[in-house]
Ligand binder design. Structure first.
Ligand SMILES: [Zn+2]
Length: 108
């Protein structure tokens, strides 16, 4: 079985088996990454994986999991960003049981 060397921010270089790694290959290549749990300190480590890293990991026996980025994630957003006040207002609106009951009963 191949030994794969990767670096942990806390421990430096660590040795892993292919089963220790998760390789997530995205349809939007810059978002591909690999991750593992450091065998020394237990930290969760996640790093970007460019085409070269993806090829190396696959050739080392790490199975690739392909995922698609939802199209809306790359949409250009217009208008002002939501604020904390907007979220608080929204939370207050959906927390109003009387309003929800009224809406639920509106169709009957
Ligand atoms: Zn570590």
């Amino acid at each position: 079985m191949a030994t794969i060397k990767a670096s942990c921010l806390c421990c430096g270089l660590v040795e892993l088996s292919p089963a220790d790694l998760t390789l997530m290959v995205c349809s939007h290549a810059p978002l591909s990454y690999y991750s593992f749990k450091c065998p020394d300190c237990g930290s969760a480590v996640r790093k970007p994986a460019d085409d070269h890293v993806v090829s190396l990991l696959i050739s080392g026996g790490v199975p690739a999991i392909v995922w698609d980025l939802p199209a809306e994630a790359l949409e250009v957003k217009h208008g002002p960003a939501l604020t904390y006040d907007d979220l608080l207002d929204f939370n207050a609106a959906i927390s109003d049981d009387d309003m929800l009951a009224e809406l639920a009963g509106a169709g009957s």
